[in-house]
Design a protein around this ligand. Structure first.
Ligand SMILES: *Cc1c(COP(=O)(O)O)cnc(C)c1O
Length: 413
């Protein structure tokens, strides 16, 4: 087992294996240091397991930061990509390809019947949505209301759409026209609307914000306001979409349909891909020449996206998610009952937030020492985005180790 202590994270532990250290040395010299990384070099993955360069095995409850929806290297996706790779890797959007059309159809049939624009990431999908809102009125109604606690990406438009000042530090000036309302506050939204407002952008379930679903009635209220004031309602489902929550899309839990929806992360089960879906009526505002993504909808992403949808249906994974979620809920609620440091447990399918009263980073570290991979967001929320394919045995093993880690950290704080 790779022993990793806090010092190791600071990069000075003797416990780092030689192979891993050699990779770290190359990074230190040649890779821009814009990420905080754990001193672990991963080389292989299968399902909910990954292995590092020294051969140590980990249980991964946060596979691919939510991108690896079906676990590491899901067989149908690997096969589809391998076959497509040998036939045609990439052609630009000046040509038609069958996979892109089939992929758009599959997404449309499982959502609100619209059309898809394809790109490669979540932030790009949101840029497309922002442009669509502006183009609908030829830029006259350019303002978009977004929410505190939301996260929409790192390009200048999406980061401007993200309310938290910590994402803006040193980057100003932001793109004009974004206004931030407190999450859950319909009155505040009404007050922000003026003749220049064109849309409302929200995550139906906050991801980076700590796995927080919209409060009861909130999305319904936004839908009503959008209809009354002729605004586009845009749902950012980059984290909660594509089956993770036990329904195809997060909005389907609330019975509120958006005009525009953005997808990425899990969309292609670990292959890079993003999409913006909108109605046929609205789609024509994104007219030729106004937006593009060179790699968008490429055959590799398309067959991966299609294979993911097929695998979810053939293996009945939406139902499996409900069962796995129930197991997580039972285990985590019983941990909460026995440990004061656990303040709240939120389980929406394979999107799980455990609110702590203690430092989450220390818990992540304690988990890593037990070869369990989890994430912390908002300082005190342990976030799990497990694979939809996770087995009951892995849920139990993960909850055993996570419980031990939380109890350990709580006992020293
Ligand atoms: C991750 C995320 C994004 C940004 O996606 P990238 O692919 O990193 O650009 C946007 N919105 C939400 C809700 C996300 O979770």
């Amino acid at each position: 087992m790779a022993t990793i202590d806090t010092n190791a994270v600071a990069g000075k532990s003797a416990a780092i294996g030689a192979k891993t250290q050699a990779v770290i040395d190359v990074f230190d010299r040649y890779v821009v240091p814009n990420y905080r990384r754990f001193p672990v070099c991963l080389v292989r993955g299968q399902g909910s397991r990954v292995w590092d360069a020294e051969g140590a095995e980990y249980l991964d409850l946060f596979p691919g930061w939510g991108c690896n929806l079906l676990g590491h290297c899901p067989e149908p996706v690997v096969r589809a990509v391998q076959e497509q790779m040998a036939a045609l890797i990439h052609v630009p959007n000046t040509w038609y390809t069958q996979p892109q059309g089939e992929w758009a159809k599959a997404l449309s049939e499982r959502s609100f019947g619209g059309q898809a624009f394809f790109c490669n990431s979540g932030t790009e999908a949101n840029e497309a949505a922002i442009k669509l809102v502006r183009l609908r009125t030829d830029g006259k109604r350019y303002k978009i209301i977004t929410f505190q606690g939301g996260f929409h990406g790192r390009t200048m438009g999406s980061v401007s759409a993200t309310a938290q000042p910590k994402y803006h530090e040193g980057l100003g000036p932001m793109v004009a026209g974004f206004q931030y309302a407190p999450h859950g506050d319909l009155d505040a939204v009404e007050k922000l609307i003026d003749e220049y407002t064109g849309g409302i952008l929200i995550e139906p379930i906050l991801g980076e914000g700590g796995v927080v679903p919209a409060p009861p009635g909130f999305l319904e209220g936004l839908r009503r306001i959008a209809d009354q004031r002729d605004l586009l309602l845009v749902f950012d489902e980059v984290q909660c979409g594509c089956g993770r929550t036990g329904k195809w899309f997060g909005y389907q839990h609330f019975g509120v349909t958006p005009d525009v929806m953005t997808l990425a992360k899990s969309l292609c089960a670990g292959v890079a891909g993003g999409a913006m879906l909108t109605t046929v009526e609205l789609a024509k505002h994104l007219r030729p020449g106004m937006h593009a993504a060179t790699f968008g909808g490429n055959p590799i992403a398309a067959v991966a996206g299609l294979a993911a949808i097929e695998m979810i249906e053939q293996q009945n994974l939406l139902n499996h998610v409900d069962a796995a979620a129930a197991l997580f809920r039972t285990r985590l609620e019983s941990l909460k009952a026995q440990c004061d440091a656990v303040r709240g447990v939120r389980v929406i399918g394979m999107m799980i937030g455990i609110e702590l009263s203690i430092d989450g980073a220390a818990v992540v570290q304690a988990c890593l020492e037990k070869n369990l991979l989890v994430n912390c967001t908002q300082g005190r929320v342990i976030r799990l985005l497990p694979a939809m394919t996770i087995s009951p045995a892995d849920v139990h093993e993960g909850c055993d180790k996570l419980s031990d880690a939380i109890l350990e950290v709580a006992s020293r704080s």
